[in-house]
Design a protein around this ligand. Structure first.
Ligand code: MG
Ligand code: MG
Length: 301
């Protein structure tokens, strides 16, 4: 008889956040409020009004409904093409435009994205193309999708376990989801995104996993990808062009976490990104609006 290796104890998120307090403007250690850093141009962030945020919530709600359909379908034997068809139907019935279908590829000569969802299985990190291979028990599948409804965008992602998965894989899913929850809570307490990114990075590393650095979150509004870029880790570039978390800022926050190496490669199809060590990764995403009442998740049912 073998004993099952448990996922180990994780610090609870509130305790992880306990040292984080929103500093008053201009307090020691905080950055000067509005002075852009010298040198390069800071990102131009389109602030959204409360009315615009309400419209984005409608798009977000529809994206959440699409993920509900996906959740019901993720069982051994289902295919990612099935998941894609289900999400396409939800968007079509609501009169929404899928954001991923026909998205141009950044690699020259490669085709536009051919589906409504990205489905990334096991070692695939992001941008996997749906296909007819049946999912197997023990797989994990990250499903990312977005739509435009009445001119405004919503974007979110979940990673699902297909039946029971290995404890270490379940821990990867839990930690990645918790990293997103941690970020959302921290957005209510931190003045700058770099503080949030630092907490995300610390939490992932404290669990023995790594943060994918080649892909990042993004501003979102009338377009899916607006400025600024929203990394899940701290870098000199982020500190130089930090994001002030003020009301009207809307970000797609999307931690991508690898069990092993953070190094990735893109496959021949020009889209699918996988870990170089081919160990599993996970991806969760919500569209989050900063409001005068704090951060609000727009991609909820
Ligand atoms: Mg997405
Ligand atoms: Mg996104």
């Amino acid at each position: 008889m073998s004993s099952q290796r448990g996922p180990g104890r994780r610090p609870s998120l509130p305790s992880f956040l306990s040292g984080v307090v929103r500093r008053p403007e201009g307090a020691a250690g905080s950055k000067p409020a509005d002075a852009p850093p010298p040198g390069r141009r800071p990102p131009t962030i389109q602030l959204k009004s409360p009315r615009e945020i309400a419209l984005m919530r409608e798009a977000g709600r529809l994206v959440a409904r699409a993920h509900e359909e996906v959740r019901k379908l993720v069982v051994p034997g289902a295919t990612t093409a099935d998941l894609d068809a289900a999400v396409a139907a939800v968007f079509r019935e609501a009169g929404a435009t899928p954001l991923f279908l026909n998205y141009p590829c950044s690699t020259k000569g490669k085709p536009a994205f051919p589906a409504v969802i990205c489905s990334s299985v096991n070692e695939q990190v992001v941008h996997g193309i749906p296909n007819k291979r049946p999912l197997r028990e023990g797989d994990v599948v990250a499903v990312d999708t977005g739509c435009r409804l009445n001119g405004w965008c919503g974007d979110s992602a979940f990673t699902w376990a297909v039946g029971p998965v290995a404890p270490e894989v379940q821990k990867l899913l839990d930690v990645t989801s918790e990293t997103l929850q941690l970020a959302i809570r921290a957005m209510g307490r931190c003045r700058y995104w770099s503080e949030v990114a630092s907490l995300m990075e610390q939490y992932v590393k404290s669990q023995g996993f790594s943060v994918i650095e080649n892909f990042v979150g993004h501003g979102i509004g009338k377009d899916m990808h607006e400025e600024p870029q929203v990394p899940n880790f701290v870098s000199k570039a982020l500190r130089k062009h930090d994001i002030r978390l003020e009301p009207g800022v809307v970000l797609a926050v999307e931690p991508m976490v690898a069990m092993g190496t953070k190094e990735v490669r893109t496959l021949e199809d020009g889209w699918t990104v996988e870990t170089k060590d081919r160990r599993p990764s996970a991806h969760f995403e919500h569209t989050i609006a900063m409001t005068s009442d704090g951060p609000q998740i727009l991609t909820l049912p």
